[in-house]
Design a protein around this ligand. Structure first.
Ligand SMILES: [Cu+2]
Length: 470
């Protein structure tokens, strides 16, 4: 057998064996909706591939350097990223809870932000007493999948890689030697990496028209690369009535809920907004306000506030099993970028398949209320509708100034309430600072304490101390 045929044979054999392993033991168990018991798994798939001399034998030098010691000597910037695999209980809409699996007690996990060319030093720890092992697959890396394999409770694992490609990338738990990966990811073990282009983001050009002496002509407005930034991760929940993962529902694509950054309708107006605008906390100003009430603390919904004529940049990842047709009602997506390549400009909607990300740049020219939706109606009406308020569409500035809440008129209500912490990414080289950040998200109370320690505002403590707004 010549070398080429031999390699082909090995690859085919690995594929067949891996298919048999994953296809029978793994899929069948889940189809029956039974919980997966790793101790009963008679073959370790990764070990089997390893024994065969599998992928790493066939392609001995195809994968990048992952040794932290070697990469730390390269003179590149090192960014440490520490994750803790934790199963906890978290709320879902309607006052119920579900069995969540998380990185660092929050869904999604923390957003990692690096610059193209940085070395990411990822350390995953599974605490003693955690119910299952976990792994972590970083899509911003390019290395052997063996690095993503799971570790057991009480263990820690570190790997390093160079973030060579700019863009937005998923990271997610890889299950226990791949088994249960769907359960772990769809129960909350996912997050996003933003890799900023090494030369920064580009200026934004927005096309429009102007009129002069009765003649309408093309006008291009240019915006500096610096932008006010948000992150949105779309996903679904597949749950039994008791709040446990429902594999059967997943396999039949019958989701229980559509979530944005872990919550259904997490970014819509709340009772405080109702009170200011309508004079009554119970007079809803938006059709769906399920997370309404300061007593819900980090889980009270929070709208997103932007200024008019401000460059806004959205980092969006589809973490789920269903497509996302991203549309902003009343706006045009001025620029859509994937990786570092512009895909579209002035487009109404852009679609993301599973595990696909994009960067949307846009400007809200007019004061108003805008809903960002997944324009799949099933998704829209089951949770994928988020509300931006641009400028001062309700004319609140004089009232807020008179009440002494703000000293002078503001360009967005973010100066009053801040923007929700789970939608605000870490600062990058082209970030405009948010005026304030409030604590909002599918967070454990420990994660909340961490956000407050880092400067986010607990509105449930602050709002009751504000003077009344006549
Ligand atoms: Cu996991």
């Amino acid at each position: 057998m010549n070398k080429r045929i031999s390699m082909l044979f090995t690859v085919t054999a690995v594929a067949v064996i891996a298919g048999a392993l994953f296809g029978s033991t793994y899929t069948q168990t889940q189809m029956n909706s039974q919980s997966f018991d790793v101790s009963k798994m008679n073959v370790d798939a990764i070990e089997k591939i390893h024994q065969m001399g599998g992928l790493s034998f066939v392609m001995p030098s195809a994968f990048a350097e992952t040794d932290c010691g070697a990469l730390e000597q390269t003179g590149r910037n090192i960014v440490e990223f520490n994750l803790l695999g934790q199963s906890i209980t978290l709320p879902i809409m309607g006052g119920k809870t579900y069995s969540a699996m998380t990185f660092n007690g929050q869904v999604p996990g923390p957003t990692l932000r690096v610059t193209q060319g940085d070395v990411v030093k990822m350390t995953l720890t599974i605490p003693e007493g955690e119910v299952t092992g976990h792994g972590n697959d970083m899509h911003s890396s390019q290395m052997s999948a063996g690095n993503f394999d799971s570790i057991n409770p009480g263990e820690t694992k570190t790997y390093c890689y160079i973030a060579e490609a700019p863009g937005t990338f998923k990271y997610h738990c890889s299950g226990v030697h791949l088994a249960g990966m769907d359960q772990h990811v769809l129960s909350g073990m996912y997050g996003m990496t933003i890799v900023d282009p090494i030369n920064g983001y580009k200026k934004l050009a927005v096309e429009g028209t102007s009129v002069s002496n009765g003649k309408v002509s093309l006008e291009r407005q240019f915006y500096d690369a610096d932008a006010l930034e948000f992150t949105f991760q779309y996903n679904q929940l597949y749950l039994t009535p008791e709040g446990n993962y429902d594999a059967e529902a997943m396999f039949s694509h019958q989701n229980t809920a559509t979530v944005v950054n872990g919550m259904q309708f997490g970014y819509v107006p709340n009772g405080v907004h109702n009170a200011i605008i309508k004079g009554d906390a119970n007079k809803n100003i938006f059709v769906a306000q399920p997370w309404n009430g300061l007593d819900l603390k980090q889980y009270q919904s929070q709208a997103l506030f932007v200024e008019n004529n401000q460059h806004v940049r959205l980092f969006i990842e589809n973490q789920g099993n269903e497509p996302v047709f991203l549309h902003i009602v009343g706006e045009i997506l001025d620029r859509v970028t994937q990786g570092n390549r512009v895909q579209s400009g002035a487009t109404e909607t852009w679609s993301l398949g599973g595990s696909q990300g994009m960067i949307v740049d846009l400007v809200f020219e007019e004061p108003g209320v805008y809903a960002q939706v997944n324009h799949d109606y099933a998704a829209l009406f089951s949770g994928a509708a988020s509300v931006y308020v641009a400028g001062d569409p309700f004319g609140l500035n004089p009232r807020l100034v008179n009440a002494g809440i703000i000293p002078a008129p503001v360009a967005s209500y973010a100066y009053v309430f801040g923007n929700p912490s789970d939608a605000v990414p870490p600062v990058g080289k082209n970030s405009i600072a948010h005026p304030a950040i409030n604590v909002h998200g599918l967070y454990s109370d420990e994660a909340v304490a961490d956000k407050i320690a880092n400067g986010a505002l607990p509105l449930w403590d602050i709002v009751p101390t504000l003077p009344p707004i006549p």
